[in-house]
Design a protein around this ligand. Structure first.
Ligand code: NAD
Ligand code: ZN
Length: 365
């Protein structure tokens, strides 16, 4: 049994793609890929941990398919050098414009492979098989690809929407527990900004999520795909509405950087979500008990809900001023009016918050 969700992208060839969600489907996926993309030559991009966890073998089932294994895995691989190596590996395998790139892995693999696909021979299709909670909820849906320069994250990139996404929720079973939990913060974020019923569901089923009950993970993943998919449909190239996905990220990114990237992205965003809630309280956008409820969910996930002791507020303010979405050195904040509904001012999804309000919140955080 597979759940399916269609994301319609008006500007993209084929006008959209299907996300298929199931448990233990990886071993049968190749036949499905042959059925869906039979005329394409296949090239797999993955990383060393997907190989050691056995997922590449399960996908290929003994077939001889050209593949590139990123090593060492992780953010440091997101460079132009890796992309060059991938493109040259495709050339060495005599691949041309009929190539289908298959990304098996987390957000790192997806971002690298997506960018390589976007530029190989002026662009070839890609399908994503995401294997982390971050990638299954967030990075595989939406078409953003990119790699880092020596100066900044995602300095090179392209919007390159996938031809299909196949999610086997069982693959997260081999993921490190801390990564697993941190990635779930994006699910909590989706619920907060878009769907109060989803937040009720997450809250009621959090134990089952943490125990990785298949039907619960499938349900959560389906909900994530619907929410992220609908935001992407409304704004495929991030001009307006897509900014709501930045909830908790303005302070979150600053906290992530201030930790010297010791904190995982999702862990820093958890702190950022609490900061957004405190700003909402100060701006009287918050009904009683809302922030406590969200804090309770994040605490149960085992992610941080306050600033690590060694972080200076001034340093964070400086980092917030460097937010890539800042205008006149001060970013706008995504806030919610109530669970499931983003607060809007003059049609804008991100609103101004006075620096002293933010400073006050950081001091109490
Ligand atoms: N394009 C987007 O819209 C978007 C959105 C969010 C994040 N991202 C990017 O995604 C990256 C982070 O992605 P991530 O959190 O998935 O991290 P990741 O891809 O680096 O994976 C984390 C670690 O887990 C390993 N791993 C992955 N799947 C595994 C599995 N099933 N079993 C065992 N090990 C496994 C990886 O090898 C890696 O060591 C960042 O570079 C971020 O910028 C992109
Ligand atoms: Zn995020």
């Amino acid at each position: 049994m597979m759940l399916e969700h269609k994301v319609r992208i008006p500007a993209s060839p084929g006008a959209g793609y299907t996300i298929s969600i199931g448990t233990g489907i990886l071993g049968a996926l190749w036949a499905r890929l042959e059925a869906d993309f039979g005329r394409h030559s296949k090239f797999v991009v993955t990383d060393e941990h997907l190989v050691s966890a056995g997922h590449l073998n399960t996908l290929l089932g003994g077939r001889d398919v050209p593949a590139f294994v990123i090593s060492p895995a992780g953010e440091t691989a997101k460079t132009i050098h890796t992309v060059t190596s991938i493109i040259e590996a495709m050339e060495k395998a005599y691949l041309g414009r009929d190539t289908l790139v298959i990304a098996l892995g987390g957000g790192t693999v997806g971002d690298i492979a997506g960018f390589a696909a976007a530029i190989f021979k002026r662009g070839v299709p890609i399908v994503h098989i995401p294997t982390t909670t971050v990638a299954q909820a967030d990075s595989s849906i939406g078409g953003k690809t990119g790699i880092d320069s020596s100066l900044s994250k995602n300095a090179f990139g392209a919007f390159w929407h996938p031809a299909a996404v196949y999610i086997d929720v069982a693959t997260v079973g081999t993921l490190d527990d801390r990564q697993f939990r941190a990635g779930l913060v994006e699910s909590v974020k989706h619920a907060i900004i878009a769907d109060s019923q989803y937040l009720d569901y997450l809250e009621a089923n959090l134990d089952a999520v943490l125990q990785q009950k298949p039907e619960v993970l499938e349900h959560v993943t389906h909900w994530n795909c619907k929410i992220k998919g609908s935001v992407v449909e409304a704004d495929p190239s991030e001009r307006n509405k897509r900014r709501i996905l930045n909830y908790g990220h303005t302070v979150g990114h600053a906290v992530e950087a201030a930790s010297g990237f010791e904190l995982l992205h999702g862990e820093a965003v958890a702190v950022g979500i609490i900061a957004a809630g405190m700003i909402e309280e100060q701006m009287q956008l918050c009904e009683p008990g809302r922030l406590e409820r969200i804090r309770g969910i994040l605490e149960k996930l085992g992610v941080p809900v306050r600033l690590p002791g060694n972080m200076a507020e001034e340093n964070l303010i400086d980092l917030i001023k460097r937010d890539k979405k800042a205008v006149n050195k001060w970013p706008r904040f995504v806030l919610i009016a109530k669970i499931g509904e983003v607060y809007r001012q003059g049609g804008q999804y991100a609103v101004e918050v006075a620096p002293d309000v933010v400073m006050n919140v950081l001091e109490r955080l």
